[in-house]
Ligand binder design. Structure first.
Ligand SMILES: [Zn+2]
Ligand SMILES: [Zn+2]
Ligand SMILES: [Zn+2]
Length: 116
């Protein structure tokens, strides 16, 4: 599958095999419907593997000093969340109640700068 950019509720999402709800070639279950913003290129990707595959540079996690800016996108409704909002949302979109993959949070350290 080739790399491309898909507009998800008007927000560009880059990656491999991205669908209109931000699933990708790597994560494509019914609940894989969020995209993460990377600080290195200020772009949303469905997952870190998509970033590795198409960005052409090392990933930089979303920094703590920007945790008040939207960095997580709901692919179902287009709601953009801050990191604390996402981590506190109990794997459901605060706006449209879509279920998110609870497993994503185990990968939070790949996307968000840790507190220590
Ligand atoms: Zn990047
Ligand atoms: Zn991916
Ligand atoms: Zn939503």
């Amino acid at each position: 599958m080739e790399a491309h950019t898909v507009l998800v509720h008007g927000v560009p999402v880059r990656g491999v095999g991205v669908d209109p709800e931000t699933r990708c070639a790597h994560y494509h279950s019914p609940v894989d419907v969020i995209a993460l913003r990377f600080a290195c290129c200020d772009t949303f990707y469905p997952c870190h593997l998509c970033h590795d595959a198409v960005a052409g540079h090392p990933a930089r996690r979303w920094p703590r000093d920007r945790f008040d800016e939207p960095a997580v996108l709901c692919g179902v409704c287009g709601h953009r969340m801050t990191v604390p909002e996402y981590l506190g949302c109990d794997s459901r979109c605060p706006r449209c109640d879509a279920a998110f993959n609870p497993g994503c949070k185990r990968h939070a350290h790949l996307y968000f700068e840790p507190s220590t």
